[in-house]
Design a protein around this ligand. Structure first.
Ligand code: FAD
Length: 469
């Protein structure tokens, strides 16, 4: 029987580890040692004699932002589905992260505001515990756990290309750190290569220059502007653990988004964000002014009275983008792509790291299916596409409502928009719907879970009888 997208998504978000993973190859090479590359390496360590990761940045034990992940100083929230995958692949990860300073704030310290109004949170336990930290802290923990595995090795250098012989990948090439020129490029024979080099991946160019078809890149221009700053956490100023504030188009409010996360080291990481020409600057006075005028009171309390640690950091993301590898008529055997190199979304919805962990789950499913490695990994790319579709549908549906975004509109957009508005309005009144809505937006469940008849009927009832309880 053909698996539906929802069934596939349920399988991919599952948390069982393969019982008896089979070693299928001598060497796998992963390009990029950020969230997607590290998770892919963890999965590959079960199936290859040796896994080599090639990473441009020298990382060591650093928990500081680094050049290869320039968004690292910005607020990063790990969604529950990603959290579950970290515990799946690294048993005890949560306990270790919490012991090292990551935060799991109690419900009374967690708030979400939509258009300035406090929304009821999901009942405790319905979407799992939070694991809140800075991005470099989380990545450093994943890196340490990955590199502790005996058959994984990391080398520093710039990945420079992939060799293809006949119809398959045979090697990866890189320029080792501290060397220059073609004579020092190293060629590493590989049975399998994963490209996890992020949004600016050059894989498509490498495929093109070797005569392979290139994937279509779809973009949605979101023009998002972030500014984040760290403050010393102080209970005399606020007890807040997490505060998310979003203003929606049509609410009559400036389209500003923001967040406060209590992170490791007794700090708060505070984000203010705007779209298009609304650009927060690195000026702390501008940051404070925004916190005062457009956000719930805890933003101003912290920005005005908290001790600023370091500087305000800004980041601009021009678009959401996806590369549709699953649609290629021809793709080399042994080639895999994961994380932002496949798709990257509006970061305000916090889907990127979780998607990277789910791509690793797709890789595990593929390698556990007794695959023929001499053939292209079609089922991998089609599983990854299920994950990308989920994140893309959720984020672009919301982004298409932004005044400066004018497409591309998917088929059935108006109906989907109407339906999602109906469901969203009902979540404030119906606990079951609220839980399901939160499970979908945190990527624990497929969006079709919201289209069950009982939810549609309840949402319609609230729309037609606003006084219904
Ligand atoms: C402002 C902002 C906020 C975000 N907030 C969130 C959030 O709240 N929650 C969330 O889940 N996600 C968030 N994201 C998305 C998240 O940062 C990415 O989805 C995630 O980092 C993707 O991981 P990746 O491993 O695919 O790629 P990246 O993190 O981009 O890493 C790519 C890696 O490849 C290396 N590399 C690149 N080229 C080469 C080369 N030629 N050779 C060797 N190495 C190379 C880089 O050094 C880097 O280590 C946010 C993104 C932005 C921009």
């Amino acid at each position: 029987m053909v698996e539906s997208a929802a069934e596939r998504f349920a399988r991919i978000t599952g948390v069982e580890r393969p019982a008896k993973p089979q070693v299928l190859m001598e060497r796998a090479v992963v390009l990029g040692a950020s969230m997607a590359g590290l998770m892919a390496a963890r999965v590959l360590s079960d199936h290859a004699d040796e896994v080599l990761i090639i990473e441009r940045d020298t990382t060591g034990d650093s928990v500081e932002p680094r050049p290869g992940v320039p968004q690292g100083s910005q607020v990063h929230a790990l969604l529950p589905a990603g959290h579950a995958q970290l515990d799946r692949w690294f048993p005890g990860f949560s306990e270790e992260a919490l012991a090292a300073g990551a935060v799991n704030p109690p419900p009374e310290q967690s708030r979400t505001y939509i258009n300035g109004e406090l929304r009821p949170g999901p009942p405790p336990g319905s979407i799992g515990a939070a694991l809140i930290s800075t991005r470099p802290f989380l990545e450093a923990m994943v890196r340490r756990r990955t590199l502790e595995i005996g058959n994984i090795r990391l080398v520093n250098g710039r990945a420079d290309g992939i060799d293809f012989t006949d119809d398959r990948v045979t090697a990866a090439r890189y320029q080792p750190d501290g060397t220059a020129g073609p004579e020092s490029v190293v060629t590493v024979p590989a049975d399998l290569v994963v490209d996890a080099t992020g949004r600016s991946s050059r894989l498509s160019d490498w495929l093109g220059s070797a005569g392979w078809p290139q994937p279509e890149m779809r973009r949605m221009p979101i023009k998002l502007n972030y500014a984040s700053a760290l403050f010393r956490r102080d209970p005399k100023i606020s007890d807040i653990g997490v505060s998310i504030a979003q203003n929606q188009p049509g609410s009559g409010r400036p389209l500003r988004q923001g967040g406060i996360l209590a992170v490791e080291g007794d700090r708060w990481l505070v984000l203010v964000a705007g779209y298009a020409d609304d650009r927060p600057t690195r000026d702390i006075d501008d940051f404070r002014k925004r916190c005062r005028s457009d956000y719930p009171t805890e933003f101003a309390q912290i920005a005005e009275h908290g001790e600023l640690l370091g500087e305000v950091n800004t980041y601009h993301q021009a678009d959401s983008r996806r590369r549709d590898y699953h649609e290629l008529e021809r793709i080399p055997a042994g080639l895999f792509v994961a994380g932002d190199a496949v798709a990257s979304f509006n970061p305000i919805y916090g889907q990127g790291m979780t998607s990277a962990t789910l791509h690793a789950s797709c890789l595990s499913a593929y390698l556990s299916s007794d695959p023929d490695l001499s053939q292209p990994a079609r089922s991998y790319f089609s599983d990854v596409n299920v994950v990308v579709d989920v994140a893309w549908q959720l984020s672009t549906l919301a982004d298409l409502a932004l005044p400066h975004v004018d497409g591309p509109y998917p088929r059935g957009y108006k109906l989907t928009k109407w339906f999602s508005g109906l469901i969203f309005a009902a979540t404030a009144k119906d606990d079951d719907l609220n839980v399901q809505f939160n499970r979908v937006t945190t990527m624990l469940d497929h969006p079709t879970a919201l289209a069950r008849p009982q939810f549609i009927l309840r949402a319609l009832r609230f729309a037609l009888l606003p006084s219904a309880t």
